[in-house]
Write a protein that binds this ligand. Structure first.
Ligand code: NZQ
Ligand code: ZN
Length: 397
């Protein structure tokens, strides 16, 4: 197990109805907020009105910026940052899925500095500008998926260059996040599924790329994946099931909070490749992960048979029965494929609207340039060179 420092200062307020506490919590952060949210769902379902009412009751005024698109863009963030500065906002509250929550983090920087956000995003440039100022931030997730509510990262897209890349800083931990699973009852079927796949990816990537001697992290991971595999179908069948929504919401928050991957380390090649996909084609993050996951597992399993065999046993009930470790490892891929089919996410490129391979080489180059830290390959138990990434994209056709 690797050495690590774990410092996650975000206060989590969890439970149905807890959104009512946003005013009391926000009062400690400032007198005027900018609420950063998506274009439709949070307003349409009355969440924004509720938040502004709760804030007002505690003497906190707010302006609302409701233009954040899925896969949030630099231009929109810069616009929101400018609005926050012009209106003297002293804090940012993100309300929505990962896109508005990530955008809120970026707006916290853009508003505090007045600088274009792209300079702070790590997109392969030699020197990334360090974040030394950001407005205090709070998050209210309405979709169980990214875990942005409990970490200090964001993913930002530059639609001019089609690069999608990370923005991270300890300054971007939310001061508090209110995880109220009732807010997720309205999430449509497709995004409920995509969110579940995202949560699973956040723990299994580190599971099969990270250190070997990490039983507590690995068992934590398997428990999260099993919980999502159990409750995602329940939420698909019955979107109003608050128990299922609560389990998915807590899995979402914990998965990428640091708790699971501490000490195990391990790169995130699946996410790196997916960001190139959604950076170029603007597809749903969870759908892109679902598309790439079985193909990356296929590429990797022989380099990590023990981890894959554990997956087969823990997730899919496989028993040794005279099988070799490699047989078991292969069974994990088959099990995951069957699970993806059962939740309507065993996909091919045309299922997400991609019908030719014209951008695959460029996407592979972007992946390596943005995520490889100056190496010629993307880190993975079996390294991924440009040709390998192109082949994985091809295999998804
Ligand atoms: O856009 P609105 O109108 O808000 O509607 C959204 C959007 O259409 C809708 N939605 C959200 N909550 C809803 C709802 N509809 C009805 N009822 C609700 N309660 O769902 C759609 C998708 O929303 P989005 O925020 O884009 O989805 P998601 O949570 O999957 O976020 C994806 C973004 O997060 C990044 C992804 O790359 C992508 O840009 N990620 C952020 C991470 C992080 N900060 O730690 C890690 C992740 O791996 C990921 O990369
Ligand atoms: Zn993700």
């Amino acid at each position: 197990m690797k050495n690590f420092i774990f410092h996650n200062p975000t206060k989590i307020i969890f439970g149905a109805g807890e959104i009512a506490n946003v005013g009391k919590e926000a009062r400690a952060l400032g007198e005027k907020a900018i609420i950063v949210t998506g274009k439709r769902s949070s307003s349409a379902h009355g969440i924004i009105n509720r938040v502004t009412d709760y804030l007002e009751k505690e003497g906190v005024s707010a302006i609302v910026f409701d233009k954040i698109e899925p896969n949030p863009r630099t231009t929109t963030i810069d616009e929101a940052g400018k609005l926050a500065r012009e209106n003297g906002c002293g804090m940012v509250i993100g309300v929505g899925g990962g896109s508005p929550m990530d955008a809120a983090k970026a707006v916290a920087v853009a508003a505090a500095t007045g600088e274009p956000i792209w300079e702070y995003v790590s997109h392969g440039q030699p020197l990334v500008r360090p974040i030394i100022r950001a407005l205090p931030l709070a998050e209210i997730p309405t979709l169980a998926a990214t875990g942005s509510e409990f970490n200090c990262g964001a993913v930002i897209s530059n639609w001019e260059t089609h690069e999608k890349a990370p923005l991270t800083s300890p300054m971007l931990f939310p001061k508090f996040s209110i995880i109220d699973p009732e807010l997720t009852l309205t999430v449509p079927r497709d995004y409920t599924i995509d969110g579940g796949i995202d949560i699973i990816s956040h723990v299994i990537e580190g599971f099969f790329t990270g250190d070997d001697n990490t039983p507590v992290q690995d068992r934590f991971s398997m428990s999260i994946v099993r919980t999502v595999m159990e409750y995602l179908p329940v939420a698909m069948e019955n979107p109003d099931n608050i128990q299922a929504r609560s389990q998915l919401s807590w899995c979402s928050a914990v998965a990428l909070s640091g708790i699971i991957n501490n000490g195990r380390g391990g790169p995130f090649p699946l996410h790196a490749m997916e960001h190139a996909l959604s950076g170029h084609y603007d597809i749903s993050h969870g759908r892109g992960l679902a598309l790439l996951m079985p193909r990356l597992m296929e590429y990797t399993y022989q380099s990590r048979p023990t981890k894959f065999a554990m997956m087969a046993r823990e997730l899919f009930g496989e028993t040794a029965d005279g099988k070799s470790e490699l047989d078991l490892a292969r069974a994990a891929i088959e099990g995951m494929t069957q699970f993806l089919k059962s939740v309507e996410r065993y996909l091919r490129m045309p299922d997400v609207g991609i019908s030719n391979d014209m951008k695959f080489r460029r996407m592979a180059e972007d992946t390596i340039r943005i995520y490889s830290r100056n190496r010629e390959y993307l880190d993975n138990p079996r390294p991924l060179y440009k040709k390998d990434i192109v082949r994985i994209f091809d295999n998804c056709m």
